[in-house]
Ligand binder design. Structure first.
Ligand code: MLT
Ligand code: ZN
Length: 463
């Protein structure tokens, strides 16, 4: 180890695990975005809160930038370390610390993988309801830092609904114990909520108390094929009115073809432009008949062209794979990802406008639409045409994002629904947040992190 600053850190914390081989720097220096070349100074893997605090204090003294790091499944570059930062990985702080049956809470360290949170809740016949495809790799600390959403938001909301307490080491090195598991706490500003979704720019989550919920009633999963977007929105309105929805997700035929090519099983014959996977409460025969009646009504109206209902858990999993397998099936194409939201009522107009615009400007690029349409959240992935160089492709995608940002601005939407701003969407923050808001955000950042050591360059530039 040659870096004198690192030698100082090692001397101060003799038990601290520090990594710095080229393979380790490469592995910990990137997230699921693949645009930046990892170049961290080193990787620190603290074992407890005291070590996190000591690292942050050292970083303030030495003016070393820190990139907080969880499961690194992020899609906006929030956990990328490409400029000599110290990656502070929370992966060794991976214990479930406490279950409180009266409060119905689970207290966990930040490195606990989401899947393990689910299992820990299930051991007590409860659920932690935030869920999405990266559940086996993403960490709860990262979920909190990005206010992760996913496939159950329509029923349960985003991560921020499920955080009863947060311990955080702020950028200035102070340990904050925020909200302490209270349900009611009207004692001034709620810093817990400010920290959730701040993408590691204000503080590092070192412990979280999660709310748990009753498991939902038994459910059914249905796949629907639809003729157009207007029909899709009609079906959504109908199903939301008549059924108790747990999820309502959509994808296009282009997305379906990628998942099928990746090994998923076709569940409906024929080709249709849009598909929906929906899950709803179906505890008894009455509920199941209500669902069937809603489906038949949608067929009669011409809103649905075909459909399939899962008759077993394995069939339900196969239908879900058609939606949840999309990201993995696109990964080999290194897609350029956009993750946007508009009000649900604005979805059809926004989608038509964008599809027309992209069809006119970029008739040759493949655009894959999918996402959480029941929340007004659309994922728009652009795939590189064969033969187009990486640089030219990125330039094209940046232009697509510019068009998106302008269109979103007109529709009152957001350039990031659930993936965060990170590095990828930083240049487009102004399309969603006003100049006055961004100035306040910079001011808040300055208060929590006066020396600018936490995730510099992420979300917004320093000025
Ligand atoms: C999803 O909904 O599948 C995730 O947000 C991941 C993605 O957008 O690729
Ligand atoms: Zn998503």
């Amino acid at each position: 180890m040659t870096d004198l600053r690192l030698a100082g850190l090692a001397a101060r914390l003799p038990g601290l695990r520090l990594l710095s081989t080229p393979a380790e720097l490469e592995y910990y220096g990137r997230d699921w975005t693949r645009r930046w070349t990892p170049a961290p100074l080193a990787i620190a893997l603290p074992a407890n809160i005291d070590e996190v605090q000591a690292i942050v204090r050292w970083a303030n003294e030495e003016r070393v930038a820190i990139v907080p790091s969880g499961g690194r499944t992020g899609l906006s570059g929030g956990a990328v370390a490409a400029n000599g930062e110290l990656v502070l990985s929370l992966e060794r702080m991976n214990q479930v610390l406490d279950f409180n049956a009266v409060d119905r809470t689970l207290t966990v360290q930040p490195g606990v993988i989401l899947q393990k949170v689910h299992e820990a809740a299930q051991e007590h016949d409860l659920i932690y309801p935030v869920d999405f495809a990266a559940r086996g790799s993403c960490s709860i600390g990262g979920n909190i830092s990005t206010n992760a959403g996913g496939i159950r938001v329509i029923r349960y909301g985003n991560t921020r609904e499920w955080i009863a307490g947060l311990k955080v080491v702020a950028g200035n090195g102070e340990l904050l114990d925020l909200n302490r598991g209270l349900i009611k706490n009207s004692s001034g500003y709620d810093f817990r909520q400010l920290l959730i979704g701040s993408e590691g720019t204000l503080g590092i989550v070192v412990e979280a108390t999660l709310k748990l919920a009753e498991p939902p009633p038994p459910s059914q999963v249905m796949l629907l094929a639809l003729p157009d977007m207007d029909a899709l929105m009609q079906v959504f309105a109908l199903f939301r009115q008549r059924l108790s929805l747990q999820a309502f997700e959509f994808f296009t035929d282009i997305a379906l073809n990628h998942v099928l090519a990746h090994g998923a099983q076709r569940a409906i014959d024929g080709d249709y432009p849009y598909y929906v996977v929906t899950e709803f409460d179906a505890a008894d025969e009455v509920a199941q008949e209500t669902a069937l009646a809603a489906f038949e009504h949608a067929m009669e109206q011409g809103w649905v062209s075909d459909g399939a209902i899962a008759q077993s858990e394995s069939q339900a999993a196969a239908l879900w794979r058609l939606r949840e397998g999309i990201t993995e099936s696109l990964a080999p194409h290194k897609p350029y990802k956009n993750d946007v939201s508009v009000r649900i009522s604005a979805v059809p107009a926004f989608l038509h406008e964008m599809q027309d615009l992209l069809g006119r400007e970029y008739p040759d690029i493949e655009v894959v639409w999918f996402g959480h349409i029941g929340d007004g959240n659309l994922h728009i992935n652009v795939l590189r045409p064969e033969g187009l160089a990486e640089d030219a492709f990125i330039a094209q995608c940046e232009h697509v994002t510019k068009l998106l940002a302008e269109t979103l601005h007109r529709h009152g939407g957001s350039i990031s629904a659930e993936h965060g701003i990170g590095l990828v969407k930083r240049a487009y923050l102004e399309s969603t947040r006003s100049a006055a808001e961004i100035a306040l955000m910079r001011g808040v950042r300055q208060v929590f992190d006066p020396n600018g050591i936490l995730n510099p360059g992420k979300v917004m530039t320093a000025d």
